[in-house]
Design a protein around this ligand. Sequence first.
Ligand code: CS2
Length: 491
Amino acid sequence: MDRLSPATLHRLPAGILRPDYDRTTVATGIVHLGLGAFHRGHQAVYTDALLKDDPRWGILGVSLRSPDTRDALQPQGGLYTVTASDGASRARRVIGALTGLAVAPDDPAGLLARLADPAVRIVSTTVTEKGYSHDPATGALRADDPDVRHDSVNLTHPRSTLGVIVGGLRLRRQAGLPPFTVLACDNLPANGHTLRGLVIAFAELVDRDLARWIAGDVRFPSTMVDRIVPATTDADRTDVSAALGLDDAWPVVTEPFSQWVIEDDFGGDRPAWDVSGAQFVRDVAPFELMKLRLLNGAHSTIAYLGDLMGCETVAAAMAEPDLAGLVEDMMREEVTLTLPALGGFDVTAYRAALLQRFRNPALKHRTAQIAMDGSQKLPQRLLGTISDRLARGLPITRLALAVAGWMRYVSGTDEQGQPIELRDPLAAKLRALADEAGPVASRLAPALLSVTSVFGNDLPADPRFTDAVEAALDSLFRRGCRTTVAQISQS
Ligand code: CS2
């Protein structure tokens, strides 16, 4: 089968949307760091839709580590297919927004030169939580991180997200150019504000004047991003290639739903992403809190408890009535009360839509994928909600079970005695703590709660929290996940 590419694009069957603009006239106005499936199914799609009217905003897609995406998409001239499906219907669209592909370690200096191109006005990121080199509990820079240390003395050849951004900004300042706007698109609380703090803290390690310039002149709008985009499977590749009649080495499969709320705080021109469905607002915080706590909080709960119950995907976990009931109750009874009111917003409908989205049979969203990097995700997804509830003297039964589910998962062995592969930047530390404690709640819970970069100092000192987590973990060890979930869900 021939490859999807600019030369074969005209052979696509009718019904598959394709770029409605002349790709040769598109300039690169955005450099995006973190070229995973999420970016390609979200920001790139919003951008693709406006290039016809405004061809200044093509995207140079940069992978910070692996060459895989570049290697798959280079022969396709950057083209790839996005399939949106709810199980019943399916819409396919070939996206042409990527004007270039780069792999940072191949040529870090060349990448910085691209960031210093005057046509580039925005540098955006989807580098996942762990890509921010920060302490998830406090948002502070991890100055001892090996990549941060490397970059602070090798800023012409950076490895980290922070190093690339600051290296690019330094070149622009040296060239007398205005800075680019830095657009954070990861699931972190106040992502733009958090990234700003980290960029400035990192710049201070390099050059205080530069740090001052960044603090004064660079904009870091926060954004809320939402679209469920699971890792692409080989079955997706086969399926998409059959529909196209052309081979697409790395298509993206996602849901029809997509949301992007962006703080309207850019240093210069910006794409009219609102024309393609995004929302520009003054304050993203209420949207972000709602999404992180309801969607991502539920997702992590489903991931740990579902995985322990033997459910391979989110949809399979949602087919377990007790688990689905527990998640629904957690969202309604425990999370919603901690959210600020969003004028005119129907949170009941939002919750119902989330449950429906989780049930999407077209998405093979693996619980193991969401379970990854728990140490980086727990604070904003579950622990903030718990702190807010405790401050009001409210119970935290289901939230505590979710945290205990993570601990049970981290213990490294599933209920059939099979090893659980822990993928987490703190894996070595967590595994050592778990091995030393053994499968005993009264030892494992305190051991893990002592990891301050996850739990901070306040929660581990609050017996309402520690007792609830330990009791839930004890039940998971003694009675198993299925029985524990059933008991809590039916109580
Ligand atoms: C998921 C998110 O992998 C995960 O941790 O919870 O990627 C989730 O699918 C997105 O945030 C949905 O917008």
